[in-house]
Ligand binder design. Structure first.
Ligand SMILES: [Zn+2]
Length: 430
């Protein structure tokens, strides 16, 4: 009886189940906490050494001069590439190796990588060392099970995703590492659940609004002008005018959770007056109040329009409110991005989910952002999605974990999707 190549591939991944768990544990044990960007080099070298031993060409790219880069915390990225004997497209798996700080509330050591009840626990288990390990095992199994694999496979471990990706994917994309014809299709194994294909994300605009006042003695506030009260007027306008407008806007992007299918604005922080520590605050009328806003944008919105809306509201306060003065400073912005759900990478991943998991996959968009923005906007590579094991809600939480069964299944999906992309989606059915 002829051997079904797909069953063969699945078998090769099933046989690597323990190896997949061990690899995930080994990755978690590098405490790649960002900030400050701990243990990037040893983690990148661990990935590079492994893949070089399996026939990959390995490059390390040090993102010199990017935020946080210094001698103590160098921003080191690793890219491994392996070309088959027959030319063909390049399929790239990109994972970030940085994790957020462990924080409180853990019942286990966050960097011990504990295996328990069919799960691997640890900081980054879900976001996203489980996904990175699954993509490595997927690619290794694919190479071994297909003697004459066409095209090129790439795996990268990049840094600083949790802080904007400037020392990672952004730096590499600016230098052509993520552009056609070098790379054709990208899968980012972020934890978005094993049966969902994430085709994009909303945009972001962060800004700091400052209201200005005049200092005076707290016992005679009428002699000063309170910046905190001016900020209250800003928030009051937000409540009455801006929030209802944002809530009324609805996107065609399939964002999950569905509450994020509207424009949103969070007040990330607010600071006014003097600090209370140590002892009592001084009785002074605050002359400054600062607020950081976090506006999330839909694909139908432009950043300029979102900025204009807030400025217009502030300008009307200048006219309506005695003594109102403000300044506004942009901190960070990302345009929304969305790949074509009928594009090759989304279609082949969806077909692979159907085959492996037996469910109709859901196409979703992320409420936040991840490195797809740099691949799309800077690398000009549109055929990029996120797909990986792990439950999105567990990311950044205490006792973060990834389910081993999900990692195995997602490795099968990634291997199958990559194989159909390498052979050309139309000519190879999964
Ligand atoms: Zn992530």
């Amino acid at each position: 009886m002829p051997i079904d190549p797909t069953e063969n591939l699945f078998k090769a991944i099933d046989e690597r189940r323990d190896e997949l768990v061990d690899l995930t544990c080994a990755l978690i044990r590098f405490p790649t906490v960002n900030p400050p960007g701990e243990a990037y080099r040893p983690c990148a070298e661990f990935i590079g050494d492994r893949l070089r031993a399996r026939g990959f060409t390995v490059d390390y790219v040090h993102a010199v001069g990017t935020p946080g880069d210094n001698e103590r915390y160098p921003r080191i990225n690793v890219i491994a590439r392996r070309s088959g004997r027959v030319p063909g497209p390049c399929v790239h798996f990109n994972s970030h190796i940085d994790v957020v700080q462990s924080g409180g509330g853990w019942t286990l050591d966050p960097f011990a990588a504990v295996v328990k009840d069919g799960r691997v626990y640890g900081r980054g288990a879900c976001d996203m060392k489980g996904g990175l390990a699954a993509s490595i095992i997927a690619v290794e199994a694919l190479i071994e099970s297909a003697a004459t694999l066409p095209g090129t496979l790439e795996i990268s471990g990049t840094v600083d995703e949790e802080s904007g990706g400037y020392g990672g994917v952004h730096y590499l994309a600016e230098r052509g590492w993520f552009s056609p014809p070098r790379v054709d299709h990208v899968i980012i194994p972020e934890p978005l659940n094993v049966d969902r294909v994430c085709i994009g994300h909303r945009g972001v605009w962060w800004a700091e609004i400052e209201t200005h006042g005049r200092m005076a003695h707290g016992s005679m506030p009428f002699l000063g002008d309170c910046a905190v009260r001016h900020m209250h007027a800003v928030i009051d306008r937000f409540e009455r005018e801006l929030y209802p407008k944002l809530a009324a806007r609805r996107t065609d992007m399939p964002v999950v959770p569905s509450g994020a299918r509207h424009s949103t604005l969070n007040i990330n922080s607010i600071h006014g007056g003097q600090g209370e520590v140590p002892g009592y605050p001084a009785p002074v009328v605050p002359d400054s109040c600062r607020m950081v806003i976090d506006r999330r944008l839909l694909i139908e919105e432009s950043i300029d329009a979102a900025k204009g809306e807030v400025r217009e509201l502030l300008e009307r306060l200048v006219e309506d409110r005695a003594g109102f003065r403000y300044s506004i400073r942009d901190i960070f912005e990302v345009r929304p991005t969305m790949a074509d759900r009928d594009g090759p990478v989304a279609r082949s991943t969806a077909a692979a989910i159907r085959r492996v998991i037996g469910r109709t996959p859901e196409f979703i968009c992320s409420p936040g952002t991840y490195d797809q923005k740099h691949i799309d906007r800077v690398g000009k590579l549109r055929d990029c999605i996120a797909y990986g094991p792990g439950i999105l809600d567990l990311a950044h939480q205490p006792d973060e974990y990834v389910v081993i069964e999900d990692m195995v299944n997602s490795a099968k999906v990634m291997a199958l999707a990559a194989r159909s992309l390498l052979y050309g989606v139309a000519s190879f059915s999964v």
